[in-house]
Design a protein around this ligand. Sequence first.
Ligand SMILES: Cc1cc2nc3c(=O)[nH]c(=O)nc-3n(C[C@H](O)[C@H](O)[C@H](O)COP(=O)(O)O)c2cc1C
Ligand SMILES: [Mn+2]
Length: 483
Amino acid sequence: MAYTDLRDFIRALERERELERISCEVDPVLEITGFADRSVKRGGPALLFEKPKGSRIPVLINAFASMRRMEIALEVGSIAEVAARISGFLEMRRPEGLIGKLKLLPKLAEIGSFFPRMVSDGPCKDIVRHDGFSLFEYPVLHCWPLDAGRFITLPLVFSKNPDTGKRNCGMYRMQVYDERSTGMHWQTHKQGAEHFRRMAAAGARTRMDVAVAIGADPVTMFSAVLPLPPDLDEMLFAGFLRGAAVEMVKCETSDLEVPAEAEIVLEGYVDLGELRIEGPFGDHTGYYSLEDEYPVFHVTCVTQRKKPVYAATIVGPPPMEDYFMGKAIERIFLPLMRLQLPEIRDVSMPAEGVFHNLMLVSMRKSYPGHARKVMHALWGMGQAMFSKCIVVVDEDVDVQDVREVAWRALNNIDPERDIEFSLGPVDSLDHASRLANYGSKMGIDATRKWPGEGFTRPWPEVIRMSPDVMYRVDQLWKKAGLK
Ligand SMILES: Cc1cc2nc3c(=O)[nH]c(=O)nc-3n(C[C@H](O)[C@H](O)[C@H](O)COP(=O)(O)O)c2cc1C
Ligand SMILES: [Mn+2]
C-alpha cells in the first residue's frame, strides 16, 4: 500500500528503526546541519527534530539518506525491483490472440490508475492564510556558515508550461529573503526556468504562478528530483512508482494544483521582470555555489496541515542524502537509458563525482568508434548532458567498482588518442568552467582498441586463474590449514 503522506512514511521509518527522534532543542541555524552531516557520514538514521529552536514545527531530515531508506520510500526490497517493473512495461508487446489481449487488461487498468486524481479538499488545506503569515514561522535551515541565509531545501516547485498547459514539478532550493519572499533557484536548463522564459517572451503577462509543496508522501517528493523529459508530469510518474494516483487539489489563488496530502503549501508568483541576488549556498559539489541572479518568489497564500512536519535536507561534501537519491535514480533510469542505447550494460555515478562530474559506463562494443558514439549520445540525453567526464569501458568491467574501473581504464588508454573533449552546456553548479553554464566535457574511451580504430598491435588478456586450479587450491587451502 502506497504511503498516504509524510507521516505515514515517518511511521514506516520508525518501525524499521531507521529514524531517531531528537527531543532536545537544536538550532536550525547550522546545528541541524551538524547533526545531519555527522549522521549520514556514519550511516546513521533519519532524524526528526521535535524542538527546532525558534519554531513549533518539527524538522525531518535524512529521510532518504541510505539505500535502505530509499527502498522503504519506494516500498521495495531492492531498487532493482523498480527497474525490473519499468522494464516490464517497456517490454509490453502487441498482444497475440484473445488470451493475450485479456492478459494485458490488468496492466492497462494499472496504467489507468497512475494518473493524478483531482480531489476537492485535502489535509494541506487545514489552515488557509492569505494574510498574517511569515516564512520565519517555519524552521527553515541555515545550512552552512557562509550561506546567504536560510534556504528551503526540499521544495516541490509546481508550474505550468504556458504553451502546452502541462504541469512540471522540480526541486529548486529557495533562499528566504523576508517573511513573504524567497529566491527561486531554477537553473537555466530546468523546466521551471523554461516556463519562465517562455512566459516572459510571450509578453502577455507580468507574473508567473508558482506553487510550492513542502513535505508529501516520499515518492511524490522523490519525483521532483527525477530527470524526466520536459512535459512528462512528475505526478504521473510518482503515481506509477507508488502504484497509486497522487491526489491533487486546486490552489486557492491560482489554477495550479498541489498534492492534497502535502504538509505545507506556499502559493504565489514569480515576477517575470524581477531578478535578485541569490546565494552563496553550500552546495552538492561540496563547495559554495557563488551568488548569482535568480527570479524572486512572492508568497501570497500559505496553506498547511494543523500540525505540519517540515521536510528538509542538506547538501555538501559527499556523500550526503542527495547521493542516495541519485543512486536510486541511476538504477531506475538505466532501463530507460537502455531503451535508447541498448549497448549500455551499466552506468555508475560515484559519490565523489556529485552526479555531473563523473559517469562510468560499461558497454558491448560492436563497431569502431562505438564508445565515442555512446559518450556523445549521453551528452545529448536529458540531464546526462551535464556529465563532465564520461569513462567508457568494455562490458566485462564492473562500473559499480570504482577501483576496477580505475585499474582497467588507466591501463587501456593512450591518453592523447583516447581522450576526447567536447564543448557544450555544463551544470550551473560547475565553478571551474570558463563561463557559467558553458564549458568543456571529457570523454575517455577506455575500451579495448580494435584494428578498425587504427590499433594494430596485439591486445593482451586480463590475468585470470583457471577455474579448475582455483577449485584445487580451495581444497588444498583447507588441507594446508589456512583460513
Ligand atoms: C536536494 C536537492 C536540491 C536541488 N536543488 C536544485 C536547485 O536549487 N536548482 C535546480 O535547478 N536544481 C536543483 N536540484 C536538481 C533538480 O531537482 C533536478 O535536476 C530535477 O530533475 C529538475 O526537474 P525539472 O527537469 O522538472 O526541472 C536539486 C536536487 C536535489 C536532490
Ligand atoms: Mn520535469
